[in-house]
Design a protein around this ligand. Structure first.
Ligand SMILES: Nc1ncnc2c1ncn2[C@@H]1O[C@H](COP(=O)(O)OP(=O)(O)OP(=O)(O)O)[C@@H](O)[C@H]1O
Ligand SMILES: [Mg+2]
Length: 244
């Protein structure tokens, strides 16, 4: 199930317009679904404004859902701002402490941790992830997708006193639209089926890396095309060059 928080006019090239859903409507969607369906896990993505962020925090306190993954979406891959400046404080002060796992990318971690610059290496990534834990995050997966220049794409999971390095080969592709959204959604979907967060994150990252490697040919659109969510269902013949 999904509760819509914001509509975007969006292509692979960019976001041209954003229309936020009123906060009361977001609350109504969440309460209506919660009254009917058992919720096993939650993934929070683009929130848009402070009103919606507050409504989501209130709903988390009302319903106490398990396995809450907070993807702290702030800026689109194309550079368009997806979270108002005054909403950042609501995300940091209310949502981060309510989440079971927070999944910032490098610029988002720097903003939330109040750092002067985004992390430029793994040691700085670990330091900023630990600062987010000090701010009240239960656990943090700091994503290193933006740390280019290596053959690997490394994410750090800081959980309790333990830091785990999750690494995958870096896929050379322009079709990377939605990597972060895909990863956090896959973690939330897998968490109830796994024994712990590390297992869910590890399997979600493997799924995402395969989805990046399987992006369709020819490319979709002229910008950042989508990752291939259904790679496991497509036969090699369908997915081969020149078809589809
Ligand atoms: N080229 C790549 N090859 C392999 N893995 C990648 C690549 N780019 C990103 N990833 C992985 O994708 C996941 C998302 O990381 P990223 O830092 O791109 O998040 P994000 O900026 O929030 O993404 P988005 O722009 O979709 O919101 C991480 O697990 C990261 O390691
Ligand atoms: Mg993101």
């Amino acid at each position: 199930m999904a509760a819509v928080t914001s509509h975007t006019a969006q292509s692979t090239v960019g976001v041209t317009a954003v229309h936020h859903v009123p906060a009361a409507m977001v609350a109504a969607q969440l309460d209506t679904l919660a009254a009917d369906v058992r919720i096993d896990a939650v993934k929070i993505g683009m929130l848009g404004g402070a009103g919606v962020a507050t409504a989501v925090a209130d709903a988390l306190e009302r319903h106490r859902w398990p396995h809450v993954v907070l993807d702290t979406v702030m800026v689109a891959k194309s550079g368009h701002r997806l979270l108002d400046a005054d909403a950042v404080a609501v995300v940091r002060d209310r949502l981060v402490p309510l989440a079971d796992l927070v999944t910032p990318n490098l610029p988002e971690a720097a903003v939330l941790a109040g750092a002067e610059a985004e992390a430029a290496d793994e040691a700085q990534m670990e330091r900023q992830a630990k600062e987010l834990v000090a701010l009240g995050a239960r656990r943090v997966l700091l994503k290193g997708g933006h740390l280019v220049g290596s053959d690997e794409s490394v994410d750090l999971l800081v959980d309790g006193g333990r830091t785990t390095r999750l690494t995958a080969r870096r896929v050379a592709t322009a079709n990377d639209h939605g990597t972060g959204c895909t990863l956090s959604s896959a973690i939330a979907a897998l968490r109830p089926q796994r024994d712990g967060w590390l297992e869910a994150v590890t399997d979600a990252k493997a799924y995402l890396t395969a989805a990046l490697a399987a992006t369709p040919r020819p490319d979709v659109g002229h910008g950042h095309g989508p990752v291939h969510h259904f790679w496991a269902l497509w036969t090699p013949a369908v997915n081969s060059p020149g078809v589809g």
